[in-house]
Design a protein around this ligand. Structure first.
Ligand SMILES: [Zn+2]
Length: 281
């Protein structure tokens, strides 16, 4: 009986504590959700003494074969593209896009065809600043400001299937598949239904954005927006996700990467840092 009383008392105090934490520090509780120490609990180790690292620089990484691309550029009103920006572009069936997006898109399209027997089409991919201006002038309510549009990078694709385009895309089983699994192909839903407060843009089930693996998976698995994801990295710290490492780095400073790293990719994030992604043995 005495034990039961103690048990009830402890439960009650715990309840009061948790209630008070949410009641008096709601902002902090929210911040915890969107910062890395929280997603470290799910998938990330923010640091590890067991993985040996070595000091390096961007020049050294590039001499050792690191690839440079724009996959992790954050593009929005707060971080517009420079006016002289021009991305690497390739043509796929007459549609211009970034070669990274092309590879992911072809795999996604093939899988949609295999599963549902339907073709996934592209309504819009790469746009020049002039084309973006025309869309704005035509009165399209969804169009972003010229240099805030991801379509200028060639990494964003507006996709549809027959009879289901735009907001209606999510009413098709193909649209639901794309929204649920595009992360397996390196894409994210850039303007997710849970992200309007952060992106400032309502849900766009048709607009997929290439960021590459493992970033697409981490973002979608944790219900994040690209804004929250990029800003959650402490610059210079090494993050681990399965056999990948990720570092958000000031390009002027030397830093540490895991020893025996390979498949290293470097992308500017358009906020003044570079994101280094790679694998390690
Ligand atoms: Zn779009």
């Amino acid at each position: 009986m005495k034990f039961l009383k103690w048990f009830a008392l402890i439960l009650l105090s715990l309840g009061v504590l948790i209630f008070a934490a949410f009641k008096f520090f709601p902002g902090e509780m929210f911040l915890l959700r969107s910062y890395l120490p929280d997603f470290s609990a799910k998938s990330f180790i923010t640091s590890s003494n067991e993985i040996p690292t070595e000091e390096t620089t961007f020049d050294e990484l590039m001499e050792n074969g690191a690839a440079v691309n724009d996959s992790l550029m954050l593009v929005n009103d707060e971080h517009p593209l420079p006016e002289n920006y021009y991305p690497e572009i390739t043509g796929y069936n007459g549609v211009s896009m970034n070669p990274l997006a092309e590879k992911g898109y072809v795999d996604l399209k093939n899988d949609v065809k295999k599963k549902f027997g339907k073709n996934l089409y592209i309504m819009s991919a790469f746009r020049t600043p002039d084309e973006q201006k025309e869309i704005i002038e035509s009165g399209n309510e969804y169009a972003a400001n010229v240099y805030s549009s991801e379509h200028l990078t060639g990494l964003a694709l507006d996709v549809y299937v027959k009879y289901y385009a735009g907001a209606g895309f999510i009413d098709s089983e193909e649209g639901q598949y794309v929204n649920e699994f595009c992360h397996n192909y390196g894409f994210i839903i850039r303007y997710p239904h849970y992200g309007e407060e952060i992106t400032g843009i309502p849900y766009e089930p048709w607009h997929i954005r290439y960021v590459g693996l493992p970033h697409s998976k981490i973002i979608m698995d944790n219900n994040l927006t690209l804004e929250e994801y990029i800003e959650s990295f402490v610059p210079g710290a090494v993050y681990y996700y399965h056999h990948y490492f990720i570092i958000r780095q000031d390009p002027e400073k030397s830093f540490f990467v895991p020893k025996n790293s390979y498949n290293v990719e470097i992308s500017p994030d358009n906020t003044g840092f570079y994101i280094v992604t790679g694998k390690y043995k």
